[in-house]
Ligand binder design. Structure first.
Ligand code: FPP
Length: 231
């Protein structure tokens, strides 16, 4: 574990993109319009983060629990995944960004899961950053999957052995977690990985979370003193 550290550019930023539905509702638009605006903002913010020197960005695009939403909303989200993977994989390849997926793709319709797997495979080897999309993701489910792998292997583990069994294997823990949309909770996101993560919560609805506010979040992070339990 790292020692006391102040400021600097976070190596890994994770984002809970909350408030798309309310953003749409305020404009008398369907919720799907809010998710589309959110997806476009996710693309813009991830580019900004990589430009700022962040190496890993993780976005919570769909939780395991979100899969219980009405079928109409899920169809809207799946059609966004289709459009995202059709239009963005080449751009990520050109920029040398590796796309990773965390979560259980088996929870999704096979066609969408296949699209995501194929898209991610095309970006393997990108060396300029990692964009991780959490899809069908739940932190507790991820931990249980890892525990079951350990049980099957039949041996005791250290913390780092355990981390290597998680979907985020090989990624550093998030330094900064941003949650938009006024809620003050983790919602089953990166439970193990956020042990010492700095949090930035904002009332701003995700589609309105601008590059300028992202800069404020990065500034807030720079001013934190991280002690990792030490004095
Ligand atoms: C939470 O807001 C957001 C989601 C459940 C989905 C977020 C997904 C995206 C922004 C786009 C997905 C990206 C790709 C690559 C397809 P909410 O709907 O709970 O908002 P509310 O709290 O205002 O109702």
């Amino acid at each position: 574990m790292e020692t006391t550290k102040t400021g600097g550019v976070p190596r890994h930023v994770a984002v809970i993109m909350d408030g798309n539905g309310r953003w749409a509702q305020k404009r008398l638009l369907p919720r799907s319009a809010g998710h589309r605006a959110g997806m476009n903002n996710m693309i813009a913010l991830s580019e900004k983060l990589f430009e700022s020197g962040v190496e890993y960005c993780t976005f919570y695009t769909l939780s395991a629990e979100n899969l219980s939403r009405p079928q109409e909303e899920l169809e809207g989200l799946y059609s966004l995944f289709r459009s995202y993977f059709r239009k963005n994989v080449r751009r990520l390849q050109e920029k040398g960004i590796e796309l990773r997926v965390i979560g259980d793709l088996d929870l999704l319709p096979e066609e969408i899961a296949q699209l995501i797997r194929t898209g991610a495979a095309q970006t393997v080897g990108g060396t300029n950053g990692v964009l991780a999309l959490a899809v069908g993701y739940g932190g507790r489910q991820e931990i249980v999957r890892a525990v079951n792998k350990a049980v099957r292997a039949g041996k005791e583990l250290s913390e780092s052995d355990f981390s290597a069994l998680l979907d985020t294997a090989g990624m550093p823990d998030p330094d900064l977690l941003i949650r938009t949309g006024r809620e003050l909770r983790l919602s089953n996101f990166l439970l193990w990985q956020c042990a010492y993560t700095e949090f930035y919560f904002t009332d701003t609805l995700f589609p309105d979370f601008s590059e300028q506010e992202l800069e404020e979040a990065l500034h807030a992070y720079r001013s934190r003193t991280r002690r990792f339990g030490r004095v």
